[in-house]
Ligand binder design. Structure first.
Ligand code: NAD
Ligand code: ZN
Length: 241
């Protein structure tokens, strides 16, 4: 059997499927990945901007970067990879669960509902003092955003490098990966923890691991099948039956 057939076969037999997605699935929508060539902004690496330390030193710089990312994401539409995962959810309903590391909201825009956004959402502002969260569609820097409740500085509602994932999000994600029989890992470099360890947890629990990524990653070692191609091309094929 060819790898794609093995993967299709595993999906067809699966009773519970968990999909893990990373920046790669949104690349074909025009949203740069962190580790690709367009990931750089004004010569800063994302690891120098997406941290509590960077925000404490220079909140203007960090917010400027987030507005720049929002301006790109705001114009992006779900691509055939996102749409294939919506098809899969429609078919499996409660037997489907999606855990995305992406903050771009494109899975929701594609119509997926059974999901957690592991690293938050770029369109949320969170108050640094009272924790109030609100939706904000600003895409241009016009001064630092402040909390409508208490007037304090707001920060992006995302999880930065060095920060903890909210415990409820971890719990539900671990429950799902431990009880799935197929885990589909799409467009993630597998180097950002603890997101990367979710695939390992699925494997340890006996799940069949399918990787979709044009390049080899640390997850390739755990994967039962690695499909080397773009998410927007491979996923529609994978769910075509
Ligand atoms: P990453 O940037 O580290 O890696 C991206 C991976 O996608 C690579 O392995 C690459 O080979 C693969 N890829 C590239 N094009 C692809 C395609 N067309 N189809 C399938 N795979 C493709 O991304 P990551 O592992 O998700 O980790 C980076 C962190 O940065 C995440 O935690 C995430 O929160 C954040 N991030 C989010 C976005 C977004 O929301 N769209 C964008 C950049 C970074
Ligand atoms: Zn507040």
């Amino acid at each position: 059997m060819e790898d794609i057939e093995k993967a299709m076969d595993a999906l067809l037999r699966a009773s519970r499927v968990v999909v893990l997605t990373g920046a790669g699935i949104s690349a074909e929508s025009g949203v740069p990945t962190f580790r690709g060539e367009d990931g750089l902004w004004k010569n800063y690496r994302p690891e120098e901007l997406a941290t509590p330390g960077a925000f404490a030193r220079n909140p203007e710089l960090v917010w400027e970067w987030y507005y720049w990312r929002r301006s790109i994401i705001g114009k992006a539409e779900p691509n055939p990879g996102h749409l294939a995962l919506k098809t899969l959810e429609d078919r499996l309903l409660d037997r489907f669960f999606l855990i995305t590391q992406n903050v771009d909201g494109l899975h929701r825009k594609a119509g997926n509902e059974r999901l957690v956004e592991f690293h938050g959402n770029i369109w949320i502002n969170r108050c640094t003092r009272c924790g109030n969260e609100r939706f904000d569609d600003t895409v241009k820097f016009e001064g630092l955003p402040t909390c409508p409740g208490c007037g304090s500085l707001e920060r992006p509602g995302v999880v930065w490098f060095g920060e903890a994932i909210p415990s409820g999000v971890i719990r539900i994600s671990m429950e799902r990966v431990r009880s799935c029989d197929v885990c589909l890992v799409v467009g993630t470099s597998g180097v950002v923890q603890p997101a990367a360890s979710l695939a390992d947890a699925a494997k340890v629990s006996g799940a069949f691991i399918i990787e979709v990524n044009p390049q080899a990653t640390p997850i390739s070692y755990t994967a039962d099948v690695s499909l080397r191609g773009k998410a927007g091309e491979v996923l529609p094929q994978l769910v075509s039956q």
